[in-house]
Write a protein that binds this ligand. Structure first.
Ligand code: HEM
Length: 91
C-alpha cells in the first residue's frame, strides 16, 4: 500500500500498485476501497468501475448511482473498505 502514502506517484507506479487485474483501489468519501473482487459483478461493468482506479471517485460514484438505494450502496461499499485516509494518492 506504499502508493497511497506517496504524494506524487508516477503513472507506472499507480498502475502497478492500484490498478491491476487483482487490485482496484478507489477512494470514495475519504475511504479507500479495493473493489477488485466486485469488478466482474458490477452492474455498470468493470470498465466503468475502473474509471475510479487510484483516485478520489466520489463525484463519479455519486453521479453514476443517483437512483440506486443509498443504504444498499453503503452496505455494499463497506464490504470492500481497506484503508481510511484523509487525502488521496495525489496528496
Ligand atoms: C467509481 C466508478 C463507478 C462508475 C463509473 C459506476 C457506474 C455505474 C453505472 C453506469 C451503473 C448503471 C448500470 C445500469 O443500470 O445499466 C452502475 C450500477 C451499479 N453500481 Fe456502479 N459505478 C462505479 C462504482 C461503483 C462502486 C464502487 C460500487 C459499489 C458499491 C457500485 C455498485 C453499483 C451497483 C450496486 C449498481 C446497480 C444499482 C441499481 O441498479 O440499483 N458501483 N454503476
Amino acid at each position: 500500500m506504499y502508493l497511497l502514502n506517496d504524494p506524487k506517484p508516477t503513472l507506472a507506479a499507480l498502475y502497478e500498485n492500484v490498478h491491476t487485474p487483482d487490485k482496484l483501489y478507489i477512494q470514495i468519501h475519504n475511504e479507500w476501497y479495493d473493489m477488485a473482487p466486485f469488478a466482474a459483478r458490477h452492474p455498470g461493468g468493470e470498465v466503468a468501475l475502473r474509471l475510479g482506479a487510484g483516485r478520489d471517485a466520489t463525484a463519479l460514484f455519486e453521479s453514476s448511482h443517483i437512483f440506486a438505494d443509498q443504504t444498499k450502496m453503503k452496505a455494499l461499499l463497506d464490504k470492500f473498505a481497506c484503508l481510511r485516509r484523509k487525502s488521496n494518492v495525489w496528496g
